[in-house]
Structure formats: structure tokens, C-alpha cells
Design a protein around this ligand. Structure first.
Ligand SMILES: [Zn+2]
Length: 208
């Protein structure tokens, strides 16, 4: 029997159009699986349910950024600029690329002693964070910490936009580390460190 080439994506044989369709199908499947794995990872954290739900919403690109609201026709396209740096306020901008938020992450990663490359998307960021996860009891604290940071950054953004109240980089970093330890200790009361300890020495606690 002779071997022959077949193209399983179309009964009509190979075509550029069927190739494009096959690639799109594969991309959708991979993205969906990746999001499922990522959310499972977050679901096992010690973050409170409202934070878990918020992260789930973010992983589905449904956070009410100004760009998102404009895409739904709720505000006009002329009102989508970040009031800090004047860039379009997308979800990725709020949590990763805004000048103010970059200072927060820079401080966090500097204190952790971890070299960091600015991720492009929220999903990539979670993948990066998951990739440097410490082993042992701190695994859940690590996940919880990231989720609480995202939540605190969102609350900070809302205070600025709706109440005209500013928070400093130090405020957000301190509040996020201490809140993460608070929720973590609810299920791990024997954890020996306080929120202040984690704020002061995150690298030696998480990676010891
Ligand atoms: Zn900005």
C-alpha cells in the first residue's frame, strides 16, 4: 500500500482557508485550556471568594476598564484615557502597564529578588507568577499574594476614579502583603509570620 498525504481539517483537501480555520480552532482550544488551568490554580488559593471571582472575570477579559466600557457603547471612545499617564485604559494597562502600577510591581519584584520582564497580558502575567512559585507551605501564600495585589490595584484605581483619592505605591504594597497574610492565616494559623514580616522580608519568607 502506498503512503499518501491527507489533510484532516477539510474533506476538500488542503487550502489556505482550511489552514486558517484549523489554526483558529487550535488557538481557541489552547487559550480555553490555559485559562481553565490558571483559574484552577487561583481557586486553590486562600483569597476570599470575591477576589477569586474578580480574577475569574479578569481572565475572561470582562473587567470594566474604560476601553471595555467604550467597546460596549457605555462611554464614548474619547473618554478611554488613563488619568495618570494618558494611555488607553485597558485591563492590561490597569494591572501591568500603567506607570503607577509598574512602580508597584518593580518594588515587589525588587523586594523578592526576582528578575522580571514586563508581561504583555494579564494571562501572561499569571503564567509568569506561577512559573516562579515557591514550594511547600508558601505555594498558596504566593498565589494568594498575587491575587490580593491585583484586587488592591483595582480598588486603588476605583478610589482614584470615583472618589478622587490617591494611594501611594508603598500603601498598596504594604496593604497587599498584610492582607494576603491575613487570609492565608485564616486556614494556616500556625504560619509563624505576620503581614509586616512578609512586607519587610518577602524573599526570605517565601523562598526560604
Ligand atoms: Zn496609566
Amino acid at each position: 500500500m502506498l503512503d499518501k498525504c491527507i489533510w484532516p481539517s477539510s474533506s476538500q483537501g488542503f487550502s489556505a482557508a482550511s489552514m486558517v480555520k484549523a489554526l483558529r480552532r487550535a488557538a481557541i482550544t489552547v487559550t480555553a485550556v490555559n485559562k481553565g488551568v490558571q483559574f484552577k490554580f487561583c481557586w486553590k488559593s486562600e483569597a476570599p471568594p470575591r477576589v477569586k471571582f474578580f480574577i475569574w472575570t479578569a481572565l475572561h477579559n470582562s473587567i470594566s476598564s474604560l476601553a471595555f466600557l467604550a467597546s460596549r457603547g457605555i462611554i464614548t471612545n474619547g473618554n478611554v484615557l488613563c488619568d495618570i499617564c494618558g494611555e488607553e485604559e485597558t485591563m492590561n494597562h490597569i494591572f501591568i502597564h500603567c506607570l503607577f502600577v509598574r512602580k508597584i510591581w518593580y518594588m515587589v519584584f525588587q523586594n523578592l529578588g526576582v528578575a522580571w520582564v514586563l508581561p504583555y497580558t494579564f494571562e501572561e502575567f499569571l503564567t509568569q507568577w506561577s512559573a516562579i512559585i515557591p514550594l511547600g507551605v508558601c505555594t498558596k501564600l504566593w498565589t494568594t499574594t498575587w491575587m490580593i495585589f491585583i484586587w488592591e490595584i483595582w480598588k486603588c484605581r476605583n478610589r482614584r476614579v470615583f472618589d478622587n483619592k490617591e494611594s501611594s505605591v508603598h500603601d498598596i504594597v504594604f496593604r497587599s502583603f498584610t492582607t494576603a497574610v491575613f487570609y492565608f492565616k485564616c486556614n494556616h494559623p500556625s504560619f509563624a509570620y505576620s503581614g509586616l514580616d512578609l512586607y519587610r522580608n518577602p524573599d526570605s519568607i517565601l523562598f526560604s
